[in-house]
Design a protein around this ligand. Structure first.
Ligand SMILES: *Cc1c(COP(=O)(O)O)cnc(C)c1O
Length: 465
């Protein structure tokens, strides 16, 4: 064994202790750390490969010195950019173990990792009150889950034309129309990846002043489509204003029109953990495929999302890995490599399993309700201040606002000033073509005190600018 490796083998415990210490320090300091990193200009993207190797201690030290200051505070309580969750203690501890155990969760056989994934998929189904007959599995993110959904839609569409797309490809089939309202950009990407083409995505009108699909417009579009099979992608939680398409009304259209219904519930789906918000997802049980992220509002570390479907046989057709040395598929948990885009698979279900068991129904309902209440509080503070103006009602856990004077350059300066100040991080976006800032609350550590501190910083910086 190379001396650097054998040295580290002898020193394994001390190396892990050092990593544990670095993690502990970071996690304790998180509320005081800048919410986002500011990268220096001219940051070198090259470093030379050592011949002998530094050994783990020195490599850790190099990271700590050069790179730790550039780590974002994104798992902390005042990172409100995009839709970013943190990591609960149980999920984080499990994630450490995932790397230690380093299981390949592709199938049952020599490990129970795949069976735990089946339990995790079921635990989440229980939390969200989703149907028993859905099967699911973990993928890296909602983009991949949307990709799986589109690949299944494509397979179903082929069948409607008497074709097995998994065998023959899409060649010669008429293009599949995909109707949606305010779909996430990853749907478009998924359509490109799946060979359907994002040019087939038809954005339909939204309800006035909303990001929710106008279902009457969908019905007219389906009628005009003349009974030909197609796909509908519904949103259960839009990233800007957390609006929900009327899933029950869309689902009802399935009785009269042949379409595959995919629901992107990347973070909005988690709202169903609370009885207060469960109604927003009514009708989802009729979906053919569903996307939900674990690394957002569930506060499981990156990366983890789930794809659910009511059409297991189609999934097997699309993703079956045909090989002489792999046994034929049996039960679902023996099948992950025949059902997922990946063959080798990280044991990413363990943090999900651990956090669901650790915090249960009540813990998750409390997290959702607390984040929504804090978003309401931030909305009240900003809405009640003549400096700011809300550009949408606070529907759930996201606050969208702008400067009351409509100064777009001033808003950009405010975003930059807050980033540099580090009290909180918000991401810029646009609504109806107009610039705004949005604060998305998804972190298990966020309280009202954090949004009050954020509001105070915004006021201070907006006044100074
Ligand atoms: C975040 C998000 C996605 C993409 O999710 P990733 O996990 O980043 O791949 C898709 N849809 C919606 C609604 C989202 O919020």
């Amino acid at each position: 064994m190379h001396p650097t490796l054998s040295g580290d083998l002898a020193d394994f415990d001390a190396i892990l202790d050092r990593a544990r210490e670095m993690a502990g320090t970071y996690l304790h300091e998180l509320p005081q750390r800048p919410a986002a990193a500011n990268l220096p200009v001219g940051l070198s993207l090259r470093t030379s490969l050592p011949a002998r190797g530094l050994g783990a201690h020195a490599a850790l030290q190099r990271f700590e010195q050069d790179w730790l200051p550039l780590m974002s505070g994104s798992p902390g309580p005042r990172y409100f950019g995009f839709v970013v969750g943190g990591a609960t203690p149980a999920a984080l501890a499990a994630d450490w173990l995932v790397s230690s155990y380093d299981q390949n969760a592709q199938r049952n056989g020599d490990t129970g990792a795949a069976a735990i994934e089946a339990q995790a998929v079921d635990l989440l189904r229980q939390l969200l009150h989703w149907p028993q007959h859905w099967t699911g599995l973990c993928v890296t993110g909602a983009t991949m889950a949307n990709y799986v959904g589109m690949a299944l839609a494509r397979q179903w569409y082929g069948k409607q034309h008497g074709r097995d797309v998994a065998v023959d490809g899409v060649w010669g089939l008429p293009p599949m129309t995909v109707f949606a309202g305010a779909s996430h950009s990853s749907t478009s990407k998924a359509l490109s990846m799946a060979g359907i083409g994002h040019g087939q995505l038809h954005a339909l009108p939204l309800l006035p002043g909303r990001e929710a699909l106008d279902v009457a417009a969908l019905e007219r579009a389906l009628v005009a489509h003349g009974g030909a099979p197609c796909t509908v992608v519904a949103s259960a939680g839009t990233v800007n204003t957390v609006d929900f398409d009327d899933l029950a009304a869309i689902a009802a259209l399935k009785a009269r029109h042949p379409f595959w219904l995919h629901v992107d519930a990347a973070f909005g789906g988690i709202a169903a953990a609370s009885d207060k918000y469960r109604g927003l997802l009514e009708g989802i049980e009729v979906a053919d495929s569903v996307t939900v992220d674990a690394h957002k509002w569930l506060n499981v570390p990156y990366d983890c999302a789930l794809t659910y479907t009511a059409h297991l046989p189609l999934q097997l057709e699309v993703f079956q890995n045909r090989s002489a040395y792999l046994p034929a598929p049996l039960a679902v948990e023996d099948n992950y490599l025949h059902l997922a885009p990946e063959n080798s698979r990280r044991f990413r279900a363990l943090p999900l399993w651990m956090t669901l068991l650790a915090y249960g129904r009540e813990g998750h309902a409390e997290l959702v309700e607390r984040n929504c209440a804090s978003a309401q509080r931030l909305g009240e503070l900003l809405g009640g201040d003549p400096l700011f103006r809300l550009v949408a009602p606070v529907r759930l856990n996201v606050v969208c606002f702008t400067l009351a004077n409509g100064d777009a350059a001033g808003l950009q300066r405010l975003h930059k000033a807050l980033h540099e100040d580090g009290t909180a991080y918000l991401s810029p976006s646009t609504l109806d073509g107009r610039p705004m800032l949005r604060a998305a609350l998804c972190n298990w550590r966020t309280t009202d005190a954090d949004v009050e501190q954020t509001y105070a910083a915004l006021k201070r910086l907006a006044t100074a600018g």
